[in-house]
Design a protein around this ligand. Structure first.
Ligand code: ADP
Ligand code: MN
Length: 581
């Protein structure tokens, strides 16, 4: 075989070993035999492994090839950054072969898992302690009990207290009722220093938590004075309290920052019910939520009336809402004043309930957007504060946030147009204002050149008392981003705001904001039934102001604006009573 032949790689097996040949042909299919056993494919499938194309020696030597390879390595202008497939991470939930059928069973399984984990740690500790010693210490008494809780109730520091409790059998002689043993000069009381010392030593060996350094003296005739014993005891109690505090802190912080046991249980159930096949790696951990990648199960979704809605998408995203105290306050403004969610619920400051309302809000908003054809994830199912939706992206690679996407001029223009189109639809047809629209909450799916709106938990109804302020903020963000992205002819925020709402306000900055606030106040007055003639007042006042600027323009707009402003309220009633409730 010549060198050129090898370089050309004309599919010559590297050895004549049949196992090696089999491996080269069968490795890609996943479960075939290989010299080191069965190759297992991860449950979420593996990104296809493609053999690198081979080339001839001439090709290798050619300068052109070098250039071409360099070109390929450089990120192409206009192509979005390739995102790592999330599912390459270890699965979040790992299922054995065991079947689980009920909540009780699940809870027991979880408890069992915890206990087992604890016991195995204890075993390690025990082995560690016994390793160098011929005298073995058993931790049997501590199995399935948190070490810090052992001996918890007895934190008395009174040396006389132990007299009442039965001591270890081998060191406690038989005293009579008065605590005396023997006769004459052999009389021994229970306060005898030697006996107390031995007793104390036995107690140290038996009742102090594992990991608490006392030395190994169980088979020696060692005595501990009451004073030493009590000091040790005090120290042990303080130590176990500190360890418990740390332990609790850790538990608490995981509950806040990631996924607590209850959420885990919800995820287990989703898999158990075949709604999901597996829960994979984390796509994003934000201040307000954790988003996981998941593989859809085989269950057919049905509506409440029993009609079939189709199967779960092959790839899903799971958004788990989490809440810290500061978030409550920030979020309250979006829920208060939204007629759909302003019940008494938000007042009950229970984090779990608030997370649930938040998830419900996102679900409702997403469904509404879907109905009106705005590109966004479609809801699969909502369970408490866990929202399962379709995954935006392909082959485990999530679509890039607009912020991260490296858009070509053409794509930037396309994204901009879609963004404006979506905003208009959202305001006029969905009757929603995103209220947190920015390059962080838009995803660019490059394969389909589609811009998706996501993260709509805080989106408000157009009837929200501050909806127009939120919309202006969205417009400002969008204008800023697309101007920086190099899109030409991006109008100023005010113009975009007018284009979307048809309100025809003028000015910018604080002046514009004041007009918007004024408008919102009037709307509010109208809704509460106190100012039926507001429309006239508002547009009269505004036309007066505009009169000063330009006489002709203001007249035209006055004729069309009132109807446009009033339609949303009417349509909203219709829609909410029919579909959203
Ligand atoms: P947060 O409130 O934490 O900002 P988001 O809904 O914005 O939550 O989600 C955070 C990130 O997770 C997004 O920026 C996006 O990258 C990813 N993500 C969220 N939903 C999906 C989805 N359906 N498909 C793919 N990626 C998603
Ligand atoms: Mn977000």
């Amino acid at each position: 075989m010549s060198a050129t032949e090898v370089l050309r790689g004309d599919s010559v097996p590297l050895s004549n070993d049949p196992a090696a040949t089999q491996m080269s042909s069968g490795a890609l299919s996943g479960t075939q035999g290989s010299p080191w056993g069965v190759v297992k494919v991860p449950p979420w499938g593996s990104p296809g492994v493609v053999a690198a194309p081979t080339c001839s020696l001439e090709d290798v030597m050619s300068e052109e090839l070098v250039k071409q390879l360099q070109q390929e390595e450089l990120p192409q202008e206009g192509q979005p950054r390739v995102t790592e497939p999330v599912a390459e991470m270890t699965p979040f939930l790992d299922f054995g072969d065991g079947e689980v059928s009920s909540d009780l069973l699940l809870a027991q399984m979880l408890q069992h898992e915890f206990d087992r984990e604890h016991d195995s740690l204890l075993q390690i500790e025990e082995n560690h302690v016994n390793k160098a010693s011929r005298v073995k210490v058993s931790f049997e008494n501590f199995r399935s009990v948190h070490p810090s809780l052992a001996d918890e109730n007895d934190d008395s520091d009174d040396s006389d207290d132990w007299e009442d409790s039965a001591g270890p059998a081998d060191v406690t002689p038989n005293f009579n009722k008065t605590g005396i043993m023997g006769k004459g000069k052999n009389i021994v009381t229970k306060h005898d220093a030697t006996i107390c010392g031995r007793k104390n030593m036995a107690r140290v060996m038996e009742s102090f938590p594992p990991g608490f350094e006392t030395g190994d003296g169980s088979k020696f005739d060692m005595k501990l004075s009451n004073r030493v014993y009590n000091e040790l005891k005090l120290h042990s109690v303080a130590d176990s309290k500190r360890s418990r505090r740390l332990h609790e802190k850790k538990e608490h912080s995981t509950a806040v920052s990631a996924v607590d046991a209850k959420t885990r249980l919800i995820l287990y159930k989703l898999v158990n019910q075949d709604l999901l096949e597996s829960v994979n790696g984390v796509i994003s951990t934000g201040k307000e939520s954790v988003v996981f990648h998941a593989v859809g199960g085989s269950k057919v979704l049905t509506a409440k009336d029993g009609t079939e809605l189709g199967t779960v998408p092959k790839e899903c995203a799971i958004k788990v809402f989490k809440t810290t105290l500061t978030d409550f306050k920030n979020r309250a403004q979006y829920v208060k004043g939204d007629v759909r969610f302003f019940k008494d619920e938000f007042k009950k400051q229970n984090p779990r309930k608030i997370m649930k309302i938040w998830a419900e809000k996102e679900e409702t908003n997403l469904r509404r957007m879907q109905r009106h054809g705005i590109p966004c994830p479609s809801v699969v199912i909502l369970r408490k504060h866990v929202l399962v939706m379709s995954f935006i992206g392909s082959d485990q690679c999530p679509a890039t946030q607009l912020k991260e996407a490296r858009l070509s001029t053409v794509d930037a223009q396309l994204a901009y147009e879609q963004c404006i189109e979506n905003m208009k639809k959202m305001q006029r047809e969905c009757l929603l204002v995103h209220a947190d629209l920015s390059e962080y909450n838009m995803l660019w799916h490059s394969e389909s050149s589609t811009l998706y709106f996501i993260d709509v938990s805080q989106a408000v109804d157009v009837m929200h008392p501050h909806a127009m302020e939120f919309l202006l903020r969205d417009c400002t963000n969008v204008v800023k981003f697309f101007t920086r992205a190099g899109v030409v002819d991006v109008p100023p925020p005010c113009d975009l705001f007018n284009e979307i709402t048809g309100l025809g306000l003028t000015g910018e900055g604080p002046d514009l904001l004041m007009q918007i606030e004024e408008y919102e106040k009037n709307e509010e007055r109208l809704r509460s039934g106190q100012g039926q003639d507001y429309a006239f007042e508002f547009f009269f006042e505004r036309s007066q102001a505009e009169h000063k600027h330009s006489k002709t323009k203001s007249d035209d707009r006055d004729n069309e604006s009132p109807t446009q402003c009033n339609t949303p309220a009417v349509e909203l009633d219709k829609e909410d009573s029919s579909s959203d409730s």
